[in-house]
Design a protein around this ligand. Structure first.
Ligand SMILES: [Zn+2]
Length: 340
């Protein structure tokens, strides 16, 4: 079996909205840094195809698909003030979804140990019916339903550590018990998307299979480590997934001004290492990490670099962090343990 696949397509750069923070330079800078540091030689770059309409429709309404297609094919337009389209956006959004499908497929077929999907636009804010927050189609959710409906995988775990709550992914899987969906993010009381509270924990047979973990501003490596180690990982072990996909936003980095969270690249490395170990323990190492947000180029490329080194088994940071823990983190842990 090969090591780590890096999913990338040069057409990811064609969705290009002037002055928008979710810009093509995010991928260009990451690839340049991978090349400069030699990491690019140790992964295989695999080029995806666009997702087919039927892949999108396993998650989204026909209405959303048609709306994005129509606006994009007109040449330009917008869904909201954050979510703009050019003539390429529809195709590139299909290509981003196709990227995570391919990432999952390569791992499931045993061709690669794990994979990193260096894709854009991101997806985790896209709900069944609505594109929003720089997201058009929910790439990770589309790959999850591909695994479930085409590949007969019964239980999938999604871990989202983007600074913003994964409202789209939550909407899509809120009523199912077959997808264990965890989002750890900045407290949404005064922060986009304004949803993602602990009490939002799933509905019907999905009750208890959605976990939202709001973090206080200033939360750093050890706060994340504490909640993952004491709560999230034991819960994932109980769920016993057959596949793990991570929605990896690097906007929780201390240098990313879009959030007030304070992870650094070491934190991203340790979290990735924990999930590499966990996936080996639970599901034959089946792990895909897919890019979501991250807008400070330096923070993004360093975090992406550490994440890929973790997937390659080269990380020097291990499975532990040190440092202070906020009181609010202990309170959140207690609250989580009471509710779940
Ligand atoms: Zn984000």
């Amino acid at each position: 079996m090969n090591g780590t696949a890096l999913i990338y397509h040069k057409d990811y750069l064609l969705h290009d909205i002037p002055f928008h923070p979710e810009r093509k330079e995010r991928l260009i800078a990451t690839l340049n840094y991978f090349e400069k540091t030699g990491v690019l030689k140790r992964v295989d770059i695999i080029t995806p195809n666009i997702a087919e309409e039927k892949d999108i429709l396993r998650v989204h309404s026909k209405n959303l698909l048609e709306k994005i297609k129509e606006i994009s094919l007109k040449g330009r337009g917008s869904i909201d003030v954050d979510t703009l389209l050019n003539s390429h956006t529809y195709k590139v959004a299909l290509l981003a979804a196709g990227g995570v499908i391919l990432a999952a497929d390569l791992v499931l077929r045993g061709e690669y140990k794990n994979s990193f999907a260096l894709i854009r636009p991101p997806g985790h804010h896209a709900t069944i019916e609505h594109a929003m927050g720089f997201c058009y189609f929910n790439n990770v959710a589309i790959a999850v339903n591909y695994l479930r409906e085409v590949c007969n995988i019964k239980r999938v775990c999604i871990m989202d550590w983007d600074a913003h709550a994964a409202n789209g992914t939550m909407d899509i899987f809120y009523k199912t018990r077959d997808v264990f969906n965890i989002s750890i993010h900045q407290d949404p009381s005064f922060f986009y998307p304004g949803t993602g509270f602990i009490e939002q924990s799933g509905e019907g047979e999905g009750k208890g299979y959605t976990i939202n973990i709001p973090m206080e501003e200033g939360a750093s490596n050890n706060d994340y480590y504490c909640l993952l180690k004491e709560f999230v990982i034991p819960k994932i072990k109980e769920f016993n997934p057959e596949f793990i996909i991570i929605s990896s936003g690097c906007d929780s980095h201390k240098d990313d001004n879009i959030s007030s969270l304070c992870l650094n690249e070491e934190g991203y490395a340790v979290m990735s290492n924990l999930f590499v170990t966990l996936s080996e323990e639970l599901c034959q190492g089946r792990l895909v990490i897919a890019l979501e947000g991250g807008y400070n180029l330096e923070a993004l490329v360093h975090s992406n670099y550490e994440i890929v080194r973790s997937l390659l088994g080269e990380s020097e940071y291990g499975n532990k962090t040190k440092g202070d823990i906020l009181n609010s983190t202990y309170n959140t842990l207690k609250k989580l343990q009471n509710i779940f």
